[in-house]
Design a protein around this ligand. Structure first.
Ligand SMILES: [Ca+2]
Ligand SMILES: [Ca+2]
Length: 508
């Protein structure tokens, strides 16, 4: 009981910690700014931040900039990856104008979420509101010229519904997805209408999306008339797509899925440097609460459906979806992005031998069907002498790394024998007895709610070569699903899991 509660708490913290882990900044040499350099002068004690406005509070005269780079008075420039939110304050002295033309003044009432901005103001430090002296804005750029359309369709604005499409079967986790489809597959419960990229404005931009740089975000039509977004690093600037939507208080979990195809991909050092859709949870002030599981591909793949489910942290007001190639090189085609609040449990049946537990059914994207992984760096399907297994890697003592698989129980079963082969290397366990390498299990009712109660847990607490572990576990009343969670819980090192089996057990 205590163990489960702690573990659940740990799960909550995991996303926050993984964000911190990702928030490493890579400082690059200053890039020459082209044109209108005089407007970018950063005085002593100031900082310049460039990014995108993600939230505004007109009453408080503040806005939140999702900053992607900074410039110091010395001229030193650095990238912020992932982008860092910064609250800015404006007053009547703040000079606001269109980038490249200081005479084109912009009223504070014309600012809106989704536009790009370069803000200069006194640097009061991390977590402190920055008083903006100068705000330079633009909504799009082309060939070095910046445009500002204050009434342009914003990412946050409501969009018209996508054309009705016949419902098809629910896409299975990590399945093959098949070839380019002629029409969007309707996902039951989807609340994101613009994920199919079928509606465009007069300029050819997808409705409901903000495009970070027009020249390398293309909408492509296949021969069946289906439109999808094509993002490539081949062009000089990184092209990315953003959209956001309001989250209702009743939403506890969100499932984000998309069809993706990736080619020519070279991933970066950091876990988030993949071809991906970032799921960002924002509070009422537009501050980033946490990142959800990334819906991404980390290797070349034909069209596959990638799907992840993230817990909605308390206080979430909106979510933002950032779509792009965050890797140094690659091209990503993406279509049919859907968001399903409180999704019905998406479980595979427990087949004899639990084939998913052997990790041998790796798809084109290197994903194991039936399992949701945290990210490619810390949760991997690894091959060794032709055998595949799940590897969890945790470098951070206060972190938890896990994968989850949800399986449907046979209603006639009363108890289970759960088996697993495990191996650990460089394992350093935490202070509490549950802080080790373990295969946790929990039971869920028909609605997907986790049932209370302690479960038997195979674990390793010191370095061990492959070893077969087994536990016996009665099935509690009302249980419909079994959730398996291989976990490195506040323990560092490497843990390998293979041949996870679940068999019915006759009670004496
Ligand atoms: Ca489409
Ligand atoms: Ca295997």
């Amino acid at each position: 009981m205590r163990v489960n509660k702690r573990a659940r708490l740990a799960l909550l913290y995991v996303s926050a910690f993984s964000f911190m882990w990702q928030a490493l900044q890579s400082v690059e040499p200053a890039l020459a700014q082209s044109g209108a350099a005089s407007e970018m002068v950063v005085r002593a004690g100031e900082i310049q931040l460039e990014g995108r406005l993600i939230a505004l509070d007109a009453a408080a005269s503040t806005f939140v900039l999702e900053a992607t780079s900074f410039t110091l008075p010395s001229g030193k420039t650095g990238k912020l990856s992932p982008p860092k939110p910064k609250t800015m304050m404006i007053d009547e002295r703040t000079l606001i104008h269109v980038r490249g033309d200081a005479s084109r003044k912009v009223a504070s009432s014309q600012l809106r979420a989704g536009i790009f901005a370069l803000v200069i103001g006194a640097d009061r430090g991390t977590g402190k509101t920055l008083p903006a002296r100068r705000v330079v804005v633009w909504s799009s750029s082309e060939a070095g010229a910046f445009r500002f359309d204050s009434d342009q369709n914003t990412a946050a604005a409501p969009v018209t519904a996508a054309p009705a499409t016949p419902p098809t079967a629910t896409l299975k986790a990590g399945d093959g997805g098949g070839e380019e489809q002629g029409e969007a597959a309707a996902v039951p419960g989807n609340v994101l209408s613009q994920g199919g990229f079928e509606q465009v404005d007069a300029g050819g931009k997808p409705l409901g999306w903000e495009v970070s740089d027009g020249d390398n975000v293309n909408l492509t039509k296949n021969n069946k008339g289906n439109r999808y977004a094509l993002l490539s690093t081949r062009n000089r600037r990184q092209g990315r797509l953003f959209t956001s939507l309001a989250v209702e208080p009743s939403w506890k979990n969100l499932r984000v899925s998309a069809r993706m195809r990736v080619s020519d991909l070279k991933v970066g050092k950091e876990a988030w440097e993949t071809a991906r859709i970032s799921v960002v949870f924002l509070d009422a002030q537009g501050k980033i609460l946490t990142y959800g599981r990334q819906t991404d591909l980390s290797r070349d793949s034909t069209w596959v459906t990638v799907r992840t489910t993230s817990e909605v942290p308390p206080g979430t007001h909106r979510i933002s979806l950032d779509v792009g190639v965050y890797a140094p090189q690659g091209e990503m085609a993406v279509d049919d992005i859907s968001v399903v609040p409180n999704p019905p449990p998406d479980a595979l049946p427990i087949r004899p031998g639990l084939p998913e537990g052997s990790f041998e059914q790796v798809n084109a994207a290197g994903l194991a069907p039936g399992w949701e992984l945290l990210d490619r760096k810390r949760t991997q399907v690894v091959e060794e002498d032709g055998n595949h297994f799940l590897r969890l890697i945790n470098p951070q003592p206060r972190d938890g790394i896990f994968a989850t698989g949800l399986f449907k129980l046979d209603p006639s079963w009363k108890a289970l024998k759960i088996g697993v082969r495990m191996r650990t290397e460089g394992l350093r366990v935490g202070a509490n007895p549950w802080e080790n390498a373990r295969l946790m299990s929990s039971f869920l009712n028909a609605a997907g709610t986790e049932l209370k109660g302690e479960t038997a847990t195979p674990f390793l607490a010191k370095d061990t070569d492959w070893v077969q572990l087994e536990v016996l576990q009665p099935i509690p009343a009302g249980a419909v699903f079994l959730k398996l969670t291989p976990f490195l819980l506040q323990a560092t090192g490497i843990a390998d899991f293979d041949d996870i089996t679940v068999e019915p057990l006759a009670l004496p």
